[in-house]
Write a protein of this length. Structure first.
Length: 372
């Protein structure tokens, strides 16, 4: 009998949250009555809502201990029309709403976002990040989201909020016109734009506020990233000839550590030298034009003028034919040590070492002797 009476007349109404995902908890059991003068305990990061006959009667927004009487429940008193100041127990439901910040909610694009990039053209981007939320309007949240649920968790609305975040993010990303290679420098700005854009949608419809939204990564398709890695590798290698020499030196050092395999390593290095030499010559020569049949273009006709590039004052000049070089030799612009190059030569060479140009310096008078 004592347990029955204690269950019927509730003296203390409180909620001790032992979970990390509960947003709303209903303190109510069938046929239970709350005693007149019962104590309602509202803790930090909690709001208590009293529901009477399906209608929101009163909200306790501040933490503290409250006595359930006409002083603290004026709306409920009006709804019930009691004239005697709650002289008898009454039936009501109390919903506790957690106002703490729910962190580490993940969001991400299910499918790539199609965009037009200024550098790459049409691209597909994927993005993901995290956001934090909290209940900002308990009445709207209870009315539009929770309903009559006895316990409501953040996971029950997490998927809908995530989809809304992704939709607003795609819209902001498309309007920003930020090149794909510059997105990493604008993650913070994008997160702030999405937060401000989504504020009204969350608050007005769900009574929820986005506290913080972060963009952790925006990535291109794997094929595009692989092509970018190859391009980056070429830039890191730089001078192909120097890189080949470096790799050869490493191979020689490795072969020296293994005397038994020195012969095989030597044969391999010999083939590598030959291949590197062929590649160097092919890359040094200019690209030859191909006809419709795919055969190489014929060489210049006999007697055709040969054009030379000349290094004058550290700058490349030309091309010049042989007939235009004597005046420059006479003026001192071109000397026997001046570097020259023509198609077919593998490197810049002093003019005096080029057979076709050596005669230009044979008849040049020597310098005048110094006068006493």
């Amino acid at each position: 009998m004592f347990n029955f009476l204690r269950g019927q007349l509730i003296d203390i109404v409180e909620w001790l949250d032992d979970t990390r995902d509960t947003m709303v908890f209903r303190f109510w059991r069938p046929d239970n009555e709350i005693k007149q003068g019962a104590k309602l305990i509202v803790r930090e990061s909690q709001i208590a809502a009293v529901i009477n006959e399906g209608a929101l009667a009163d909200l306790f927004l501040n933490p503290g201990t409250f006595t359930l009487d006409t002083k603290n429940l004026p709306i409920l008193s009006t709804l019930r029309g009691w004239r005697y100041g709650f002289e008898s127990p009454f039936k009501a439901e109390v919903y506790f709403v957690s106002t703490r910040t729910f962190t580490d909610r993940k969001w991400g694009t299910k499918n790539p976002i199609m965009l037009r990039d200024a550098e790459f053209g049409p691209v597909r981007l994927r993005a993901f990040g995290s956001f934090s939320l909290r209940v900002s309007d308990p009445a709207t949240f209870l009315k539009n989201v929770v309903g009559t649920a006895g316990r409501f968790t953040v996971d029950q609305i997490g998927e809908q909020l995530r989809d809304l975040v992704v939709a607003r993010f795609a819209d902001v990303l498309g309007e920003s016109k930020i090149p794909a290679l510059d997105l990493a420098a604008n993650y913070d700005e994008l997160g702030k734009f999405v937060t401000s854009r989504i504020h009204d949608d969350f608050t007005q419809q769900f009574g929820i506020e986005i506290v913080m939204l972060t963009v952790e990564n925006i990535s291109l398709p794997p094929e595009v990233e692989a092509a970018m890695d190859k391009r980056t590798s070429m830039g890191v290698i730089g001078n192909l000839d120097a890189f080949t020499r470096f790799q050869t030196a490493n191979a020689i050092g490795d072969a020296a550590k293994n005397p038994n395999g020195l012969a095989g390593a030597g044969a391999g290095m010999g083939a590598g030298f030959a291949m590197a030499n062929q590649m160097g010559q092919a890359m040094a020569q200019p690209t030859r034009a191909l006809g419709n049949s795919g055969a190489e273009a014929p060489p210049p006709l006999p007697g055709a003028s040969v054009q030379y590039f000349v290094a004058i004052n550290g700058q490349q000049a030309g091309p010049f034919d042989v007939a235009s070089l004597p005046p420059r030799v006479g003026s001192g612009q071109v000397t026997p040590a001046t570097l020259v190059w023509k198609p077919g030569m593998t490197a810049w060479t002093p003019a005096a070492q080029v057979p076709e140009l050596a005669s230009l310096f044979a008849n040049k008078p020597p310098a005048l002797p110094l006068q006493p």
